[in-house]
Design a protein around this ligand. Structure first.
Ligand SMILES: Cc1cc2nc3c(=O)[nH]c(=O)nc-3n(C[C@H](O)[C@H](O)[C@H](O)COP(=O)(O)OP(=O)(O)OC[C@H]3O[C@@H](n4cnc5c(N)ncnc54)[C@H](O)[C@@H]3O)c2cc1C
Ligand SMILES: NC(=O)c1ccc[n+]([C@@H]2O[C@H](COP(=O)([O-])OP(=O)(O)OC[C@H]3O[C@@H](n4cnc5c(N)ncnc54)[C@H](OP(=O)(O)O)[C@@H]3O)[C@@H](O)[C@H]2O)c1
Length: 441
């Protein structure tokens, strides 16, 4: 009898988990809380799981953002929109028979590992609870949906919201808007709202590297990969130089320069932030000291009035279906080998629980293949998995600033190479850009 596997979520990670489990002849059930495939890429004006805006386009390019088993259509642009992505994921799921395995509108509310390593899963649908049993569990619930809100002394009398709840920018028409953060959400929200708002300010608590989407006419991630053969220090200097030639220093725009090298924080890819600042449509501000009615007091002593504050301050890794004393990765290190395997529980897998400098689902696809091969008995995890986890934690791909969002970072290419090392050699023929350099993973 083939083993049964529960997959939580039908986003980009969940559908590739299911596809690869089905490929190995396993019995797969996907529980999906929403009514559609695509996870974060389902744009809806109603607040829900998804965090994309009406204007979101992917920030990693098409070339490096496709499953090995299913490429994007040739007529997709270099940086497809959320609508392109949602269609791509639906087509993937249909093509590989995943759709038929999904129980939609079914939320997993509790997961318990039983003494024999099997799983008791409780789901909720239309307020009815149901208990199911499986041999293994693949957690693919995403990590960009539970807002991390900042807190400041004082009280703000205007509207304080998180970027997760930003859907359409017309909501900011004629409003005085303050955006907090220097990540991709913050820069997108500042630029897009500046087209309709009365004024837009952006508050950074430190300096960030802002990279364009294209360098020398080539998508920035493809360009960066072409010079990936360089030692890390030289690569960092080269990318820094190209950013300086392209943009100049942040201080020329009234923003702080980054403290660390390129890669010391998650990259912010934005073509329009500097341009919009220099057109007087966005005003840079430092960190916030306190709030007082509709006034914000910044740590340089300046004060300004706002109607709306949008905290683009990232997300908390959350697994609400596990007891907190069992698994809680909301803060600090995430001790999983290859970002997927638990040190003690061999029937538990996390797919997509990593933050690459690049796209998530090509890595999730390779994780899924390893998981499926192990459950099918075609591959065995190493016996010294705890040491391997410690090695990964002690030697991260990038030394990053110690802030909440930097606990699961991997280098896109190095991580893919580490995953490929666990797969049969003939699989590498599907990934020609990695053919030559597997040994340096
Ligand atoms: C604005 C924005 C833009 C982004 N742009 C990029 C980008 O350009 N490139 C990139 O690689 N990444 C990007 N990301 C990251 C994004 O998280 C990934 O692209 C991708 O969506 C991760 O896929 P996933 O399947 O792991 O998670 P998700 O897409 O979050 O999917 C998780 C699925 O699980 C379901 N689910 C969750 N909990 C339960 C439960 N208890 N029971 C049942 N179902 C459940 C959800 O409904 C959802 O369908 C972006 C994120 C944001 C917020
Ligand atoms: N495709 C797209 O166009 C697009 C758009 C948006 C987001 N995304 C992706 O979605 C994911 C989440 O991005 P995100 O921008 O929402 O979150 P994020 O990457 O976690 O960035 C959060 C930002 O807020 C800052 N911050 C956090 N807490 C703060 C506080 N208390 N006070 C001041 N600043 C604070 C962080 O600074 P520190 O560095 O100091 O912590 C960082 O600059 C990322 O993977 C991103 O690439 C993609």
């Amino acid at each position: 009898m083939p083993k049964s596997v529960c997959v939580i979520g039908a986003g980009p990670s969940g559908i590739t988990a299911a596809k690869n489990l089905l490929d190995q002849g396993l019995l797969v059930t996907v529980f999906e809380a929403a009514g559609e495939i695509g996870g974060n890429w389902i744009f809806s004006e109603t607040p829900g799981h998804s965090s994309v805006f009406e204007t979101t386009h992917i920030i990693s390019s098409r070339t490096l953002s496709q499953y090995d088993d299913y490429h994007m259509p040739e007529d997709y642009p270099d940086y497809p929109s959320h609508a392109h992505l949602a269609t791509y994921f639906k087509n993937y799921a249909t093509q590989f028979g995943v759709e038929k395995r999904i129980a939609f509108h079914t939320k997993v509310v509790h997961c318990k590992c039983l003494p024999d390593n099997r799983w008791e899963i409780i789901t909720e649908r239309n307020a009815v609870l149901q208990t199911h049993y499986f041999d293994a569990l693949a957690v693919c619930n995403g990590h960009h949906w539970n807002p991390r809100m900042p807190s400041y002394p004082g009280h703000f009398s205007g509207r304080l919201m998180h970027s997760h709840d930003v859907k359409k920018f017309q909501d900011f028409k004629h409003k005085k808007v303050l955006v907090i953060g220097g990540g991709n959400s913050a820069c997108d929200v500042a630029v897009e709202s500046s087209r309709v708002a009365a004024s837009v300010d952006i508050s950074w608590r430190r300096g960030y590297w802002i990279a364009p989407k294209f360098l020398m006419g080539v998508p920035a991630d493809v360009f960066s990969h072409k010079v990936d053969w360089m030692p890390r220090w030289l690569w960092q200097k080269m990318v820094k130089l190209s950013l300086r030639i392209r943009n100049g220093a942040n201080t020329m725009y009234g923003l702080p320069n980054p403290d660390g090298p390129v890669g010391s924080h998650h990259p912010t890819i934005n073509e329009d932030l500097f341009y919009t600042i220099r057109h007087g449509k966005i005003k840079p501000r430092p960190d916030i000291e306190k709030l007082d009615g509709n006034t914000v007091i910044f740590n340089d002593g300046c004060r300004a009035e706002y109607d709306v504050i949008v905290a683009c301050t990232g997300y908390i890794i959350t697994h609400p279906f596990f007891d907190k004393n069992f698994i809680d990765y909301s803060e600090g290190e995430v001790p999983l080998w290859l970002r997927m395997m638990h040190p003690d529980i061999t029937s538990l897998y996390f797919i997509g629980l990593f933050q690459p400098l690049g796209c998530i689902w090509p890595g999730a696809e390779l994780q899924s293949k390893i998981m499926a091969r192990e459950i099918a008995g075609l591959w065995n995890r190493p016996s010294d998995i705890k040491n391997k986890i410690q090695q990964e934690l002690q030697h991260p791909d990038f030394k990053q600033i110690n802030t909440a969002r930097h606990t699961i970072t991997v280098d896109y290419h190095k991580f893919r190479k580490r995953l490929l090392q666990q797969l049969p050699k003939d699989y590498i023929s599907k990934t020609p850009i990695y053919k030559l350099s597997l040994q340096d993973a």
